[in-house]
Design a protein around this ligand. Structure first.
Ligand SMILES: NC(=O)c1ccc[n+]([C@@H]2O[C@H](COP(=O)([O-])OP(=O)(O)OC[C@H]3O[C@@H](n4cnc5c(N)ncnc54)[C@H](OP(=O)(O)O)[C@@H]3O)[C@@H](O)[C@H]2O)c1
Length: 230
């Protein structure tokens, strides 16, 4: 069974995901109330969030190389990150995030062996799914069958959102629309794809909820109509 996949972004009124004063406290406060089993985060989002470059490391204590005990009663979600190029090397820092119980890295057959060894040495779980890039459909299926994941919150930029949307893997999109206009011409929206994809039909949505949630911020929830791109 495929899990329910919900894309979640803070956006400016002109649909941009960076370059404005996003209310992160509100973003995470709302997110903490969702009953999700996994948070899917793009590798660029992780690198940007921690302010590190690809491959950058932090000093590690001996604990980073010890197996970690898992508490079966810990209901916090797993953090799942596609990182086929082996860019993220700060997993012991990431594991300190208070809202996750563990991490799972998604790799592909193209992931350097050296990176898989790096993860093994640190007892970081990973799945190898796909050839060049991570096969997200298989990854989501395996999250369900191997880890019991039924609902996923996607906390990512337009690239990962774009792939999930084009592959018909996203079910809902939730937006916190901020009263700011950013402008600009760089690709920086919640849905990034090749320009040639513009020849495809737009993805149709229907409104699931709309709320003025704080100050002038609107919380919008849309469902994605099935079968548009499958
Ligand atoms: N405002 C908001 O709500 C919000 C939320 C999150 C992030 N952001 C911002 O968004 C920016 C980062 O977003 P981004 O769009 O650049 O990157 P991203 O979505 O964070 O990362 C791209 C992800 O897509 C994966 N990917 C790329 N091509 C793929 C393919 N063909 N098949 C499967 N997976 C594929 C990459 O995996 P590989 O590493 O394996 O290539 C990577 O994990 C940052 O500036 C961040 O601050 C804003």
């Amino acid at each position: 069974m495929m899990p329910i996949v919900i894309l979640y972004n803070a956006v400016s009124l002109d649909g941009r995901i960076t370059g404005f004063d996003a209310d992160l406290e509100l973003y995470y406060e709302l997110a903490s109330k969702w009953d999700v089993d996994a948070v899917l985060m793009g590798s660029n989002t992780v690198l940007t969030g921690f302010g590190v470059k690809a491959g950058e490391t932090f000093p590690e204590s001996d604990d980073a190389f010890q197996p970690r005990e898992k508490d079966p009663d810990d209901n916090r979600p797993i953090l799942v990150v596609p990182d086929s190029k082996g860019q993220i090397r700060i997993w012991s820092e990431i594991l300190k995030l208070p809202y996750i119980n563990s991490v799972l890295v998604l790799c592909s057959r193209s992931t350097p062996r050296e990176y898989l060894d790096f993860l093994d040495e640190r007892y970081i779980d990973y799945l190898v799914v796909g050839y060049q890039k991570v096969d997200l459909e298989n990854a989501l299926e395996e999250l369900n069958t191997k880890f019991g994941v039924k609902k996923v919150r996607v906390d990512s930029g337009g690239v990962l959102n774009g792939i999930l949307l084009r592959q018909g893997l996203a079910d809902e999109i939730h937006l916190l629309v901020h009263p700011e206009l950013v402008g600009g011409s760089t690709p920086n929206s919640i849905f990034q794809t090749n320009d040639t994809d513009g020849e495809l039909e737009p993805i149709k949505l229907y409104l699931g909820g709309m709320e003025k949630i704080k100050d002038d911020i609107i919380y919008l929830r849309y469902r994605i109509l099935d079968g548009m791109f499958k």
